[in-house]
Design a protein around this ligand. Structure first.
Ligand code: ADP
Length: 243
């Protein structure tokens, strides 16, 4: 089934070409990974797809819908959610309030003059329980470990019920026990029908978790396929070893 499809995506920063006419598709319903050496364009790709930055050229479609040039909230509304490499939580807000904010920004709520519904609070608690951090709902987010903050951020993404989730280095800086928890969650959520696109440096994780891998080098996809094919691909080995 067609999912996220990118055609001819290019982006330069001054004289630096970060994405060079990239055409790539990520199958819907799968756990996809995007890997590549530092500076190969992965973050720029994520930022273009989620509308954080505007590509110079190219087309982005999702489930047949043209998302090219759409702002982030329109892309989110189309069903694509995203986490960040450097986790985005409100550090001095409680864990529960972080999730309630993810549903509707406080300022908008204040203007609308309404408080959170019981259903929103129930849903926030549901996701905290799924993440295994429900016992921390009254803690300030800044008092959580880095891995717990990543789980909180993922719970925040899930509050808007995206069918596709882009994860930027979910295991970066996270202790091994919580990495296992994050992997198990991604697998469970995928089995429930959510599609993933994961940028991650931990190759063991990428190889064990993903169904489909795309490899970038210097702003360009040099290989794609299942982990078994990527592991032994000479271009991929060359990109990582610099040969
Ligand atoms: P990756 O995520 O794979 O490490 P990036 O997308 O961050 O790669 O970077 C790709 C290239 O674009 C790099 O050469 C990087 O220095 C450059 N780049 C990324 N963002 C900017 C920016 N805002 N300004 C200038 N150059 C940038």
């Amino acid at each position: 089934m067609s999912g996220l499809e990118i055609t001819g995506l290019s982006k330069s920063f001054g004289g630096v070409c970060a994405l060079d006419d990239v055409s790539v598709a990520f199958p819907h319903g799968k756990i996809n990974a995007l890997i590549g050496p530092n500076g190969s364009g992965k973050t720029t790709f994520f930022n273009c797809v989620t509308g954080m930055i505007r590509a110079d050229s190219g087309r982005i479609t999702y489930r047949g819908q043209d998302l090219t040039g759409r702002p982030p909230h329109r892309i989110a509304r189309a069903g694509i959610g995203r986490s960040f490499q450097l986790c985005r939580v409100f550090p001095r807000m409680t864990v529960l309030d972080n999730l309630l904010c993810a549903v509707q920004p406080r300022t908008l709520r204040a203007k609308a003059g309404r408080s959170h519904s019981r259903a929103e609070t129930e849903r926030a608690r549901h996701w905290l329980t799924r993440m295994g951090i429900d016992h921390l709902e009254r803690a300030e987010a800044q008092n959580l470990s880095w891995g717990q903050q990543k789980l909180l951020e993922l719970a925040g993404v899930l509050m808007s019920e995206p069918e596709t989730i882009l994860l930027d280095e979910p295991a970066g800086g996270v202790n091994p026990a919580l990495i296992d928890r994050i992997c198990a969650l991604v697998s469970e959520l995928n089995a429930e029908g959510r599609t993933f696109l994961v940028v991650e440096h931990n190759m063991d994780l990428v190889m064990s978790l993903s169904h489909h891998i795309v490899v970038f080098d210097r702003g360009w996809p040099i290989a794609e396929g299942p982990p078994s094919a990527i592991r032994s691909d000479e271009k991929v080995l060359g990109a990582y070893l610099g040969v």
